[in-house]
Write a protein that binds this ligand. Sequence first.
Ligand code: NAG
Ligand code: NAG
Ligand code: NAG
Ligand code: NAG
Ligand code: NAG
Ligand code: NAG
Length: 445
Amino acid sequence: MAFNFRFFFFFSVSFLCIHLSFSAVLAPIIQDLATRHYMLSLYTKTPLQPANFLLDLSASFSWVDCTTNYTSSTHHPIPCGSPLCNMLNSPACFNCSEPTGPVCSKDSSCRLFLTVPRNRKRKITVQALADTLALPGTDGRNPGQLWVVPEFVLSCSKRSLLKGLVPRGVTGLAALGRRSNFSLPAQVSTAFSLPKVFALCMSGSPSAPGVSFFGTSGPYYFLPEIDLSKHLNYTPLLVSNFFCGSTTKLKVHPRPSDEYFIGLTSIKVNGRVVAQLNQTLQTIDENGFGGTKLSVATPYTMLESSIYAHFIEVFVNESAARKLTVTQPLRPFSACYDAADILETRLGPDVPIIDLVLQSDDAFWRIFGSNSMVRIASEGVDVWCLAFVDAGANPQSSIVIGGYQMVDNLLQFDLESNRLGFSSSVLVHETMCANFNFTVNSSLI
Ligand SMILES: *[C@@H]1O[C@H](CO)[C@@H](O)[C@H](O)[C@H]1NC(C)=O
Ligand SMILES: *[C@@H]1O[C@H](CO)[C@@H](O)[C@H](O)[C@H]1NC(C)=O
Ligand SMILES: *[C@@H]1O[C@H](CO)[C@@H](O)[C@H](O)[C@H]1NC(C)=O
Ligand SMILES: *[C@@H]1O[C@H](CO)[C@@H](O)[C@H](O)[C@H]1NC(C)=O
Ligand SMILES: *[C@@H]1O[C@H](CO)[C@@H](O)[C@H](O)[C@H]1NC(C)=O
Ligand SMILES: *[C@@H]1O[C@H](CO)[C@@H](O)[C@H](O)[C@H]1NC(C)=O
């Protein structure tokens, strides 16, 4: 009996290990059509309830709205002075004049510093709490049973912090920031001993969600049986500093930023170089100015004024060569074309191809019409506009790659190797981000 039991135990454990090494978790990505914001669908509280959290690539801490109707049998504050509380406050940067220590409430519970979303200059302290968070397990092909993170650290915040900008039904924010030990990817990786790698594939379809994977560098299967992890190119993730009081360029308490930067070296339209980014625009200075940032929350890619002007000029020239003539611009877009003049293909409107060239000439993020042009049909107009906007003369980042350019692209954020994997348009591979098979395979544990 004893022998049998030990054998059984050994067998189960090794089965589990083999199994886990092929597993990860996922969350559907949905878009709110009114606000264009992307959200992750996950489960929180006890008993578990579905929740939509705003997807934020630059936030360090996730939060929930704990002020209205927060009922959960497992949520609890974090004691002040506990090692966890000290860890939470270490990256804090609230008062620029002096480094901060742990902060306590009157009831001896831990507080942490939170940057107000969409107003990153403003910081407030909020209560830290831990509660249950759950996401479906996955083999990269289907969702399986829910995996539970019992002590997920969140901050407790008011929904009104986000003002009118939040889609209805959003009850929190999912932080995917790069450095934070308390981001969603970091806590999931720690809880399940998975690699700190996550991937986003945002759907271009209004009716079907996209998908995010946490804790795996692949496979990522999309119908019909296309593993998009096999179609990635890679570029290093660069470091940028974040400064307390960066409005005035005060050099106090610098720390590496939680945002994701890549090294764009030039932009091409139909192979013609638009902008060989000069050193000033390309490099991120010690105050965190310059460079190319990724931001899901930015609707359309933003280019510094001089790059933008040249980019529009070359694009208009290249499309003129295809007998396409610009019509009235529609703010904030500068180059728009009559929809009737443009041929539609599997890869979107047939317009000049844009390449974002990275560390070498053969490492480029290719942008076809489906990601470069946006259809605007209203009030008697029906046009396709080039979906890039002018960021002004002195933006913090020279280029911000926005959500529209990421749709139907798979992006893999590898925080172990500090690199970004990018697929360019997955439509090229005869699939799309809406093609993940969300049918639950209940034998996946
Ligand atoms: C509070 O939660 C209960 C039970 O989940 C629900 O029936 C009620 O509508 C909620 N109230 C608000 C204001 O969200
Ligand atoms: C920040 O710290 C300085 C120096 O200790 C202090 O004078 C100031 O009042 C503090 N500001 C805030 C907002 O706490
Ligand atoms: C995250 O944790 C690691 C290892 O415990 C530590 O070295 C690092 O300083 C932490 N990062 C932050 C931003 O607190
Ligand atoms: C665009 O075309 C015009 C007229 O052919 C030419 O003068 C100009 O140099 C071109 N600009 C670019 C950026 O190619
Ligand atoms: C989706 O996954 C389920 C469960 O694995 C499977 O039975 C079904 O055939 C898949 N659907 C398609 C279209 O392949
Ligand atoms: C469901 O998952 C199990 C375990 O990984 C796998 O053996 C099986 O083939 C999957 N079923 C389908 C229909 O994909």
